[in-house]
Design a protein around this ligand. Sequence first.
Ligand code: COA
Length: 260
Amino acid sequence: MTEPVLLSSDRDAVRVLTVNRPDKLNALNAATLDALDEAFRAADADPAVRVVVLTGAGAKAFVAGADIAEMNTLSPAEGRDFSLRGQRMMRRIETLSKPVVAMVNGFALGGGLELAMSCHLRIAADTAKIGQPEVNLGLIPGFGGSQRLLRLAGRAATLELCLTGAPVDAARALELGIVNRVVPAAELEQQAMALATQLAGSAPLALRGVLDCINYGGECGIEEGLAYEAAQFGLMFSTDDMREGTGAFLERRKPAFKGR
Ligand code: COA
């Protein structure tokens, strides 16, 4: 029996998805793009899942890029479709209604960095190597890298990474704002799970409100963005969790959020 290209396991309310092509450094072929799309659709729809952690199988790579062997023979129209397929899947992750944490356990190159950037938070092993090396293949980023890296790290870093194709180490990626945290490789899983567990204990509708404000409010002008934030803020007052969170503070106890 062939191994599935994506593994899924639940640890309480945290779903861990693992891209599982370690012999190809977890390169994203079309089947893996589709498996990720379906897995994130399912995680979004499942109320028992409050947070998703995404990683790559093996010690070496998160994801070393889109599958170069598969791309080698594509026609222009197929190349465009491949790009759209990846972009759609990553946009699904970015606009998921619950937080997604990328656990970057090694190479995050090309489509791998693009995948990590579509997640809401990135925690990287100190051994990780991060870059957009597509120009070395006569290509450019095709899964949103030119757009998300620009928004995440600005023009200077984006132009440097995309034009040179040279990877940076985890410490430099942290300096550039591409990853949120860098931890010793041996502690990565424990620290990523601790972060995910913390988020899983938070108020789901408030987390969703934050994600929506960043994803939608953050892409328009300041007036519209502020109005969107105010509308989301007002919406929180319709939730049981807001009464619970503020009430628990006043009663000096720990809140128990229910996602309602
Ligand atoms: N697509 C398809 N296969 C890939 C791949 C990718 N993006 N990245 C690695 N692989 C495969 C290799 O072809 C090799 O397969 P093989 O054993 O069947 O020959 C296997 O994964 C191991 O990779 P290898 O290159 O032997 O490992 P390495 O330690 O020498 O080098 C990298 C690691 C990450 C530096 C190197 O694999 C690399 O540069 N990969 C491509 C990165 C890239 O350009 N990504 C952007 C794609 S748009």
